[in-house]
Ligand binder design. Structure first.
Ligand SMILES: Nc1ncnc2c1ncn2[C@@H]1O[C@H](COP(=O)(O)OP(=O)(O)OP(=O)(O)O)[C@@H](O)[C@H]1O
Ligand SMILES: [Mg+2]
Length: 328
């Protein structure tokens, strides 16, 4: 199950992603946590020391390896050089599973020990000096998109992505790659405006979107009333200020089981919403949207950049699905 946390800057995407990852790990489920934000904070949110987090291997810097592995023996993809972030898998491509070891995880994932068990953490990599002025920002988050396009995930296995809500994810199609998108919204007009924009894009593509109210004060119902009136039934649950989170930010993470009961309940609600989407998953639509955005990207910049007709990479009969490769 693929889950994205999006929202305005500072709304609590990283905080809620990391809490959700901790919750899933505590249930014993396999989890891959992905930091797809160029401002890398998920490692710290999962309790890594800053110097350890800074040393995590950047996916953006390992694109050639990722491309070469995923390309496999796909005859439609002549070389890794012509593979762009939207290049879809086809006959011969290698796929990724949540529970397996593979060269992509070897190169890009690191285990993070949590109270409940270990998760894999992958990061796109920070924005470096060398990226400034170049369109490389795309290639950074592009690595995540490429991996999602080659991922076959099953029930009870989770990929949690901490994202920005930026327009980049709309242009590339990244926003259509998830079974559930949690839009983290503070009870403010700015928070709600990001919701409106996201909702508009999401509607045309059948993206499952739920609002998670964050930093909601409970003294009176003003915050809750505001969110309800602005986002209506899209509001799934709200999270209040957490002293547990505050303690973690001070570098003193309490055991996860000590998280406030109301917040634990909120995390269970998130998981239930995710799990409920399993039966409705539609791999044909997933593949179709992947192809749609690949054509768009090929036309708008990919063909020119690579000097190839990238639409020829599309394998017309191919549908990504769970049964493509059997679990190990
Ligand atoms: N429910 C909460 N209780 C206490 N503190 C919170 C809560 N949610 C978020 N915070 C705090 O608010 C700040 C911003 O949160 P966070 O970093 O998760 O936001 P973000 O959306 O990931 O931000 P960015 O856009 O910079 O990545 C952090 O200091 C975080 O600890
Ligand atoms: Mg963040």
């Amino acid at each position: 199950m693929k889950i994205a946390f999006v929202g305005k800057g500072g709304s609590g995407k990283t905080t809620l992603s990391s809490l959700f990852v901790r919750h899933l790990a505590a249930t014993g489920s396999p989890v891959v946590a992905v930091d797809a934000d160029i401002n890398q904070h998920l490692g710290a949110g999962l309790g890594l020391d800053e110097d350890v987090a800074a040393e995590l291997p950047a996916m953006g810097a390992r694109l050639p390896l990722i491309k070469d592995y995923l390309r496999g023996s796909n005859p439609r993809i002549a070389s890794a050089d012509t593979m762009i972030k939207t290049t879809p898998p086809g006959e011969g491509s290698r796929l990724l599973r949540v529970r397996e070891n593979n060269p992509v995880y070897d190169a890009c994932a690191r285990p993070v020990e949590l109270d409940g068990g270990a998760v894999r953490l992958m990061v796109t990599g920070p924005f470096t000096e060398a990226d400034l002025g170049v369109a490389c920002y795309h290639s950074k988050t592009g690595a995540v998109e490429l991996c999602l396009n080659h991922l076959v995930d099953g029930r009870d296995e989770y990929v949690v992505v901490d994202m920005t809500a930026g327009s980049d994810s709309f242009a590339s199609g990244m926003f259509t790659r998830f079974d559930m998108t949690f839009l983290v919204v503070e009870p403010t007009r700015k928070g709600v405006s990001v919701y409106r924009q996201y909702k508009e894009y999401a509607q045309d593509f059948g993206v499952a979107l739920k609002v998670v109210g964050n930093k909601v004060r409970g003294e009176d119902d003003a915050d809750l009333d505001f969110l309800r009136s602005e986002v209506g039934d899209d509001l799934l649950v709200t999270v209040g200020h957490s002293d547990w989170v505050r303690a973690m930010e001070k570098g003193r993470p309490p055991r996860f089981e000590l998280l406030e009961e109301a917040n634990k309940a909120a995390l269970r609600t998130l998981q239930a919403a995710v799990d409920a989407t399993y039966e409705a998953r539609d791999w044909e639509r997933y593949t179709r949207q992947m192809v749609h955005f690949h054509r768009k990207n090929a036309q708008s910049w990919g063909n020119e950049r690579t000097g190839a007709d990238l639409a020829a990479q599309i394998d017309p009969g191919y549908v990504l699905q769970e049964s493509v490769i059997a679990p190990a």
